[in-house]
Design a protein around this ligand. Structure first.
Ligand code: FPP
Length: 236
């Protein structure tokens, strides 16, 4: 349960980790873990919207995840495809629920039908969203920064105009606040190239639970812990 009067983080970012181990523990194939993980993703999106979190970002597929077997990559892409198709079908509902969805990552190397669906879903954003949902797909933090620098150079930006703000505005998260809270379940304590620029002042919360077992109660615990942190942003 959320503590009464708790101040919510404006932006929560989540690394959905532990799907493979969850499946293995149950004698299932890894893709079953991803399937369950995608259901939990939907549940947590809804919960964030219900409690009033304004921005939530999920790490779904990294630029390094292509190294996995073709079968596993294909299964994750199919889950993404299903989600996108579902969103397309529920276009009106999306509007009604005041949601804006953005995909962070490069579309290079992605299946053309998925790229097309991503563009459609992004274009369906509600005009006055209550919640912004970012899904990082084919995303790498270093790759994002390199692409941002290239885009500034291509735009002819002078060296003295390459500021923190200019760089932030060239990232996939342009115009959004940096994450306040980054959650990683599954007992791993690393960022794995996730939002490395945006994470500069984020609070971190680690949990042993595996992503397919993650519930709104676990999110509440993370938010309560965050609310007790003393964020100084380099000040005293
Ligand atoms: C990490 O767990 C998880 C992934 C690389 C994939 C996450 C993808 C989803 C939950 C589905 C995405 C779908 C939508 C609709 C956004 P792991 O496989 O590395 O787990 P392990 O460390 O236990 O092996």
């Amino acid at each position: 349960m959320l503590e009464p009067g708790v101040i919510l983080p404006k932006h929560i970012a989540i690394i959905m980790d532990g799907n493979g181990r969850w499946a293995k523990q149950r004698g299932l194939v890894r893709t079953e873990g991803h399937k369950r993980g995608a259901e939990v993703f939907r549940k947590i999106c809804r919960y964030c919207s219900d409690v009033g979190v304004e921005y939530v970002t999920f790490y779904a597929f990294s630029t390094e995840n292509w190294k996995r077997s073709a079968g596993e990559v294909g299964a994750i892409m199919n889950l993404l495809r299903e989600f996108l198709e579902e969103l397309q079908q529920r276009k009106a509902e999306n509007e009604f629920e005041k949601t804006a969805i953005r995909f962070l990552g490069t579309r290079d190397g992605m299946a053309p039908d998925i790229v097309q669906l991503m563009a459609l879903v992004e274009a369906n954003a509600a005009p006055d969203p209550k919640i912004h949902i970012n899904v990082a797909v084919n995303y790498g933090g270093r790759d994002e920064i390199v692409r941002a620098v290239r885009s500034l150079m291509e735009a002819g930006v002078a060296a003295q105009d390459v500021t923190e703000q200019a760089l932030s505005d060239a990232l996939y998260t342009a115009g959004q606040p940096d994450p306040d809270l980054i959650i990683r379940p599954s007992g791993e304590y690393r960022l794995s190239n996730f939002l490395i620029w945006q994470a500069a002042y984020a609070e971190f919360y680690f949990d042993d639970i595996l992503w397919p077992d993650f519930t709104p109660d676990d999110l509440d615990r993370a938010i309560n812990a965050y609310a007790h942190r003393n964020r100084r942003f380099g000040g005293v």
